[in-house]
Design a protein around this ligand. Sequence first.
Ligand SMILES: *Cc1c(COP(=O)(O)O)cnc(C)c1O
Length: 378
Amino acid sequence: MAASTPRAELVIDLAAFRRNVAVLAGLADRTGAATMAVVKADGYGHGAVDMARAALTAGATWLGACSLAEALVLREAGITARVLSWLDLPGEDFAAGVAADVDISVASPRMLRTVAEAARAVGGRARIHLKIDTGLSRNGCQPADWPALVAEAADTPDVQVVAIWSHLACADEIGHPSISLQAERFDLAYRQALAAGLRPLRHLANSAALITRPDLHFDLVRTGIATYGLNPVHVPLDLKPVMTFRAGVALTKRLPAGESVSYGLTWTTPRDTTIALVTAGYADGVPRSLSGRMEVLVAGRLLPVVGRVCMDQIMVDCGDLDVREGAEVVLFGPGDRGEPTARDWADKTGTIDYEIVTGMHRPRLRRTYVGVPELVET
Ligand SMILES: *Cc1c(COP(=O)(O)O)cnc(C)c1O
């Protein structure tokens, strides 16, 4: 790394991402379903625009965003593929969304009217996806209110009902009885939509259901986590983690036995040893709760982080290894060089890998894209 060693950096492997998307789109394709690449939360921390572009070259034809603001970022980048926005407050600028050709999720009559009004304001027709709550009890229309919602949507000329959709609560628990129950409720909702005169597409599956429930692919699958190479189910699939978190050694020092290290002096050298100061801390996404419980890859060796994780730095016990200042330090990555993975961090901190990678969206972290066919601006 030498002179170009970044302080702390995310390396995003676009080749791995494209391969993952191709694998997943291939699974969807077997059942005739299209693939939506979910790039919410800045592409799960990987960079929404770059991931969106790469996904579209690898077989995805739709993009999923949490909010209109996220969808409009994709439009502003010149991306013209279908984009669905699914969680917006009533006061959002839906007119801007309609004008930008963003598909908008609707879960209530109030929302339907707001979006219809926005469509009228821009002299367009809003493309909407009606969301039914089939049991997650999060977003979506309650089944009891659904017939009225589909009837009103069918009677609203300012909207085109593109799809009905829902989201699964336990897709990552293979065989969980709620999956089939949700599928049954989804089927009823579909028949009610047909009865109201609608002819919508259907989508229900996230990554886990895409991988494990081909019977629930319907017309479109929404895959997020798996495209980033993190498999949500214990089903072997050729996916590779896309994100590597690395930093560098700023300073090395020899400490005698009996010296203590970092705030609180919680760790004491058991022997003479070399300590490497590494330029990533909790401000860069290293969980402070991993103090004394994590290892990093330095010069091809897994070495323990000792003492407390600080805001800007961590200390690594290198023993008698010859670690040079400026050396690369891998905090997590795909694991193929022996480094920890985002899943390892999640397991140790009591969370899921989704939260680890998404939490790496940080202003101080440089993102470098590799595996780029032609150079992508970052
Ligand atoms: C985030 C999200 C997805 C993608 O889920 P993964 O488990 O990451 O594949 C799909 N649908 C909805 C509604 C979501 O919020």
